[in-house]
Structures are given as structure tokens and as C-alpha cells.
Write a protein that binds this ligand. Structure first.
Ligand code: ADP
Length: 480
């Protein structure tokens, strides 16, 4: 199959979250499986062009209403090829996303450029795989503006929602920039009357298929609580809404081969894990005391991640149980202040490292005993998957991808891989942490838990096959 990916992130070139990892892994998997997968990405000024060879292959102008953008297309790699859209007027902002008044045009240009690249290369996609609101008008455009182009006659679109809370909602005045004025009746009319255009909603309405990044999140976004105001539209299309978990790049995240940790280890021989723990603590200036459990956190510090729950529960638990806590992250000042305060109150137990630091993320996964993710909602989540592989027992709120990947430990049966609390409140979190601490005190139980987690497999080989299935279903079905 010919599959065209249109997205705003791809590791290692441009990354703010899990979307980038999906783009790094899924097209590569499809290529290995014999498909012709290609990716179209903005050439942000933050992309490190020394990371690969950028070959200029074509120039064209993209017109968005009265706006004209000169674009140069660079190709990187061949297996699969990535086409970067170079347009400094749009992508020279020092960051991936902005709240500037032309934000919609930055990604509309990407969408139109993607179609023009197909036309110039005579590439007829069977599937256009659109990611998030940034590519959400493509399904409509394919069905209208390029409908007569035979290259798109068989094209089906799949919209993947990585986080429903980012919808691309703009004032209705941007309408002419979409080039869709002739079919403006296809925009949601009540919303238009209210003065808004919502890109993600248009994608949900017109994509041939809709997916998200875990089965539980796929269900949750069809309910009012996590539906972001779009749950009714998602329910109306529930027959086509599927959830496919993100896979893990085990070349990057395996304790047997990890280049970022001082001591590698395996499920059969965990000696290196204890040494990594000692290294982690001493390098952060905390004392290492054998038998004292270490809890880890690596996260963007935003309200979605649920860390508010830690205040005041973590204070009480640190005092009562004497464990240690290592936190890596940055984000909202109130959350940073909370972790800084914990560090001041418990200087021998808590270290808060403010920032984004990939090698420290690896060291925490390896050196911690438990990993805490109290997310309010979590479309998929990657860190709990890394934790399982590193024998670091996840403590999570039972939501989205966390619910799908962490199985509650049952000391009677010896089944389970972690601790999951149902109610997002302090009592829930306290229960889960204390249950984990109880299990930790029994080395036999703890080893079983670690072994169960390390045996789990969330590789892209398994997840990629599920996408192939969705693609072929879409290709064989009529258009939506
Ligand atoms: P989200 O995409 O919502 O941020 P995920 O769990 O899906 O959450 O993915 C987060 C990714 O970003 C993981 O690979 C994680 O290790 C990484 N990450 C998050 N914060 C940091 C940080 N401060 N330093 C290093 N890596 C981080």
C-alpha cells in the first residue's frame, strides 16, 4: 500500500511528545513490511539539519486564500523518505507551535504541500494518515478540491488523535485561508454561526477512519467527561473509532543495551539495576541506602499529568515511609514550585531536576524502583511502558493507555504488573503507593512483579500490524 503521513512532529527532528515517536516508528515499520510509506513534515528552524542529508527536490508556491508561500521541499532518507517543507515565513519561529494569528496557515500550508508533493512525484496514496488537528482538514480537501485528480481517486483518510484537548479551534474569519469557500457548507454550521471553525472536528466528520492511541482512550473520548465537547461527534462515528496503543522503540529503551545507563541489566540478572540506583542517587546528591525504595517521575509538568494530587499526599507519605523521590520535568510554575518545596522539606529524600534531559530520563527508568503517573487522562503514555521494560513498577491512575497497559498486582495469584487506582483523588494515590511499598517489602513478591512487567511486549511489530489491518479495512470499504 502507498501510505502518506502528514504530521507536525517526528523524532529525532521535531519532538514535543509521543506523536513524534509514532512518526519515527510506524512509517519505518510499514516500510519493513513492504509498503511505500512517506512522511511530510514542516522544516522548523529548530530542526537540526546536521542530523541527516537534506536534498532539495522541488519548489512550489502554496496559496492559502490571499496568502502566498514559497516552499522548497527537501527529501531526507529513502527508507522511508521524509519530505520537509521549507518555508521560513511559516516555520522560522524558534518553536514548533505558536499562538500567533497565522497558526492555522502554518499547518494548512503543510497539508496542501503534502498533496502537491504527491502530484509532482506522481504518488497515489491509498491512505493519507493525518495526525492531530494540524492535518485534520486533509480528509475534506481530498474529497473536494482534489477529487478529480486520479491520483487521489482511491485515497482513504485515517485521522489519528493523539490528544483530544488540542483541537485547532479558530475564528470563522480564517475561512478563506482554507481554500474551501466553495464547499463552506461542509463546515459545522452551528459552530460557524457561533464564530468558530474547529479543525479536529472537521477531521472527525470527514475522515474515512478515526483512531486514537489506546482502546480505553478511544472509549473515554466518546463520553462527556473526556470528550472535549466533541464526544457526540465521536459517538456518531463510533463504528470507525479505534484505539491502537503506541509501540515502544526497544532499540532505544531496553536495559540490556541502553547506552545512557552506566550498568546494563536483564530480567535474568538484575544486579545492574541496583548499581544504577546507587549511581542515580549519588549523581543527584542523595544518599544511597540499600532497601530504601526510590520513586521516579519523568514528565511534562502540566495539569493533565495529575501531579496536583501529590500535594499534600506525597508530603505525608515521604515522612511516614522514608522512601526517596526523583523527579525530572518542567512546565507549569505551580507544579515546579510544589516539587521544589518537597525537595527543600526533604533534602535527603527528594531531588527535583527541572528541565528536559533524555539521559537522565533513562537513568531514572533504570535506577528507580517505582514510577508514578497520576494522569487525569492519558491517551497512551510511554513512560509506563518504558518502566515495565526496566523492571520499575508503575503506579498509575487507571485511565486511557495506563488502564490498558498496567495490570493491577494481585499478591494471591502473583499476576499483575503494577498498581492502578480508580478514583483520581488523594486517597486513591495514597492507596496505590502504600500497596506498592507493601509489596516492595517482600522481595519474593517484588521480584515476581518485576518479572511480570519485564515480560510484557509493546513493540511496534505488534502495534504496526494493527494499523495495517485498519488501512486495509479502509482501502476495501467505500468512502465515508
Ligand atoms: P506526553 O506525550 O503527553 O508528554 P508520553 O508519556 O506519551 O507523554 O511521552 C513523553 C515522552 O517524553 C517520553 O519519551 C518521556 O521520557 C519524555 N519526557 C517527558 N518529559 C521529559 C523530561 N523532562 N526529560 C526527558 N524526557 C522527557
Amino acid at each position: 500500500m502507498n501510505v502518506l503521513f502528514v504530521a507536525s512532529e517526528m523524532a529525532p527532528f521535531a519532538k514535543t511528545g509521543g506523536l513524534a515517536d509514532v512518526l519515527a516508528a510506524l512509517p519505518a515499520y510499514l516500510h519493513r513490511a513492504g509498503h511505500d510509506a512517506r512522511v511530510v513534515l514542516p522544516l522548523y528552524d529548530t530542526v537540526d539539519t546536521n542530523k541527516a542529508t537534506f536534498q532539495a527536490i522541488m519548489d512550489f508556491e502554496v496559496a492559502l486564500g490571499a496568502h502566498r508561500y514559497a516552499c522548497k521541499i527537501f527529501r531526507v532518507g529513502a527508507a522511508p523518505p521524509v519530505y520537509f517543507v521549507h518555508c521560513p515565513a511559516l516555520y522560522g519561529r524558534g518553536r514548533l507551535y505558536t499562538s500567533e494569528p497565522d497558526e492555522h496557515r502554518r499547518f494548512l500550508a503543510l497539508s496542501f504541500a503534502a498533496l502537491m508533493i504527491c502530484q509532482r512525484l506522481d504518488f497515489a496514496p491509498d491512505i493519507i494518515h493525518c495526525h492531530d488537528w494540524q492535518a485534520s482538514l486533509l480528509p475534506m480537501i481530498v474529497k473536494t478540491l482534489v477529487a478529480k485528480d486520479p491520483r487521489f481517486a482511491r485515497t482513504r483518510s485515517l485521522l489519528t488523535i493523539h490528544n483530544l484537548m488540542y483541537q485547532g479551534s479558530f475564528p470563522v474569519e480564517i475561512g478563506p485561508d482554507t481554500n474551501l469557500g466553495a464547499v463552506s457548507h461542509l463546515f459545522h454550521q452551528d459552530l460557524m454561526k457561533a464564530g468558530r471553525v474547529n479543525f479536529l472536528l472537521q477531521g472527525i466528520l470527514y475522515a474515512d477512519g478515526v483512531s486514537t492511541v489506546s482502546p480505553t482512550y478511544a472509549r473515554e473520548i466518546q463520553g462527556e467527561k473526556l470528550g472535549g465537547g466533541l464526544d457526540g461527534f465521536l459517538r456518531a462515528r463510533s463504528a470507525t473509532v479505534v484505539g491502537i496503543l503506541n509501540g515502544v522503540d526497544y532499540d532505544e529503551w531496553s536495559p540490556e543495551t541502553d547506552k545512557h545507563i552506566p550498568h546494563t541489566y536483564s530480567a535474568q540478572n538484575l544486579a545492574g539495576k541496583e548499581r544504577d540506583k546507587q549511581h542515580l542517587l549519588t549523581s543527584l546528591g542523595l544518599p544511597y541506602v540499600p532497601g530504601v525504595p526510590v520513586l521516579g517521575i519523568v514528565s511534562r509538568l502540566v495539569s493533565q499529568k495529575g501531579f496536583k494530587l501529590l500535594d499534600p499526599v506525597m508530603f505525608e507519605l515521604l515522612r511516614k515511609h522514608g522512601f526517596q523521590l526523583v523527579v525530572l520535568g518542567s512546565g507549569e510554575p505551580a507544579l515546579e514550585a510544589m516539587f521544589s518545596q518537597l525537595q527543600r522539606q526533604f533534602p535527603r529524600q527528594v531531588c527535583f531536576y527541572e528541565g528536559f534531559k533524555n539521559d537522565l530520563a533513562h537513568m531514572i527508568e533504570a535506577g528507580a524502583d517505582m514510577f508514578v503517573m497520576p494522569s487525569i487522562y492519558e491517551p497512551c503514555g510511554l513512560n509506563q511502558l518504558y518502566s515495565l521494560r526496566y523492571g520499575t513498577v508503575p503506579i498509575v491512575h487507571r485511565t486511557g493507555g495506563l488502564a490498558d497497559t498496567v495490570k493491577q498486582w494481585n499478591p494471591r495469584t502473583g499476576n499483575g504488573t503494577g498498581f492502578a487506582f480508580d478514583h483520581h483523588d488523594g486517597a486513591g494515590l495514597r492507596w496505590a503507593i502504600e500497596a506498592a511499598l507493601t509489596a516492595y517489602r517482600d522481595p519474593k513478591q517484588w521480584n515476581r512483579l518485576i518479572q511480570n512487567g519485564m515480560a510484557e511486549d509493546f513493540s511496534w511489530n505488534a502495534q504496526g500490524k494493527l494499523y495495517e489491518l485498519v488501512y486495509s479495512k479502509l482501502a476495501n470499504a467505500g468512502r465515508h
